[in-house]
Design a protein around this ligand. Structure first.
Ligand SMILES: Cc1cc2nc3c(=O)[nH]c(=O)nc-3n(C[C@H](O)[C@H](O)[C@H](O)COP(=O)(O)OP(=O)(O)OC[C@H]3O[C@@H](n4cnc5c(N)ncnc54)[C@H](O)[C@@H]3O)c2cc1C
Length: 431
């Protein structure tokens, strides 16, 4: 047996993503001998690519607003995690390594350098500075109870099958989405094996597939400020939508996406919807009367041109082309011959374009995994399993999926920190 085989680590952290790095930082900082195992050649690939590579690592919301805006009822379990490590603590930690945040769209914090990798580099430096040991290319295959106390980690470490020992283990293996970043759901299997319940796993923060084919032809067409509303298929417009998001939206080759739709996708998943209605108001600040007046004036002042050209500037040209075909057919009349009904039909599409959602784009494309380890089996004051003492969980593996805006990374950082700190405390106690 090698030295590392015979001497158990105080805390073994599995998975060096956002949660694992912070678990390692907290554990090593508490004085525990801490080993962080990462199956990929480099840590935290997902953090590096997040926010389009610019990493929206957190936001400036104070804890109560953070919880209010998060967008998942299970956020109520984050109280302790946010108390021990909130956005201010993260900002301070990153600052030490020259990583500054740049504020965007009200409260979102992106790296001012535009490099998500800077966040990863800073967190790795902090972990190593606190005396932690990072082992990459280390794929943990199994966790077992050690008859001598603590845990045995069996896996492939630097090309060799080995067994490592640890007094406590923090599982931070992430969700199922973007498997090319290393998160393939190993932790769910281990948790199930110890009796943990896992709620249904579905892609979230993900584009939506549409029944209608015409939007796909507009792939790449974006609109900066749309009020997008999601409805149960059976509901009439008079009833309350399942959710409303007002932000940028984007037509894509598979249907629809963009920040407003990504956030709506979480509500879609949480409500357990299948086929659903989606309506888009491209002019949320303007009344129907006001819009109708402008449409009428434009049609009158460009009497001999087709409506799509008369209305140019109100919406993107390709969207106007598509709406004109829907309302006037492929041979549109000159604007002066557009009927009142056709004008009203155009207005209706400007204010309430109707689409039918068939499903999400799928797990491979979800920015997060909705569902995960049921909170009933986790103590949110420590992140310890209620089923296996000494085993801790943090990050996306938990049943928690926030909206866009730095919520998911901050949740991973905060739960990771709390789990690492608690695991170190336990490791220091009597065995
Ligand atoms: C494209 C994209 C953009 C995103 N943008 C943002 C954003 O801007 N802001 C935001 O807040 N959130 C964003 N997210 C979500 C955010 O990145 C995740 O919620 C967060 O990274 C989850 O952290 P985690 O540590 O729990 O899991 P992960 O980051 O998935 O880390 C898990 C780690 O565990 C390792 N691992 C897995 N199994 C094993 C094993 N058996 N042995 C050893 N290692 C293992 C994996 O290789 C991986 O490194 C984005 C996600 C994606 C996919």
């Amino acid at each position: 047996m090698s030295e590392s085989d015979s001497t158990p680590a105080g805390v073994a952290v599995i998975g060096a993503g956002g949660a694992g790095l912070l678990a390692g930082i907290a554990a090593a900082g508490s004085g525990a001998r801490t080993v962080l195992y990462e199956r990929m050649p480099k840590p935290a690939k997902k953090v590096a690519i997040s926010g389009g590579g610019r990493c929206n690592f957190s936001n400036t919301l104070e804890p109560r607003a953070f919880v209010r805006e998060f967008g998942d009822p299970h956020v109520k379990h984050l109280g302790h995690a946010l108390k021990v490590f909130d956005n201010r603590a993260l900002i301070e930690m990153l600052k030490k390594y020259g990583v500054e945040g740049e504020l965007e769209r009200h409260y979102r914090l992106y790296t001012s350098s535009g490099r998500g990798q800077d966040v990863v580099d800073a967190l790795v430096k902090e972990f190593l500075a606190r005396g932690g040991e990072l082992i990459t290319n280390a794929h943990v295959g199994q966790i077992e109870a050690d008859p001598a106390g603590g845990f045995l980690l069996r896996g492939r470490f630097a090309q060799r099958e080995e067994t490592r020992r640890a007094r406590t283990v923090v599982v931070c293996t992430g969700g199922l989405s973007y498997p090319q970043t290393g998160s393939t759901g190993d932790g769910y299997q281990w948790a199930r094996g110890t009796g943990h319940a896992v709620t249904p796993l579905r892609a979230a923060l993900v584009g939506l597939r549409l029944e209608e084919e015409w939007p796909r032809k507009l792939s790449g067409t974006a609109w900066p400020d749309a009020a997008c509303r999601l409805w149960r298929i059976e509901d009439t417009p008079a009833r309350k939508p399942v959710a409303t998001e007002r932000k940028e939206m984007l037509f894509t080759h598979f249907g629809i996406s963009g920040p407003a739709i990504l956030d709506l996708s979480n509500a879609y998943v949480l409500a357990g919807l299948d086929r659903a209605r989606l309506t888009i108001d491209f002019f949320p600040d303007r009344s129907r009367e006001d819009l109708e007046r402008e449409i009428l004036e434009r049609l009158q002042s460009s009497a001999h041109r087709p409506p799509r050209l008369a209305l140019l500037g109100m919406l993107p040209a390709r969207l106007l082309d598509a709406l004109e075909i829907q309302v006037c057919g492929t041979h549109a009349p000159p604007s002066q011959r557009v009927t009142r009904e056709q004008r009203r039909a155009l207005l209706e599409r400007f204010k309430q374009l109707e689409l039918t959602v068939l499903g999400t784009r799928g797990m491979e494309w979800g920015e997060v995994t909705a569902g995960g380890l049921d909170w009933k089996d986790i103590d949110p004051r420590t992140m310890e399993s209620k089923r296996v003492p000494g085993l801790y969980f943090a990050g996306e593996i938990l049943d928690l999926a926030g909206r866009c805006g730095g919520f998911n990374l901050q949740a991973a950082f905060s739960t990771g920190y709390l789990a690492g700190q608690s695991a170190a405390r336990q490791a220091a106690g009597p065995s």
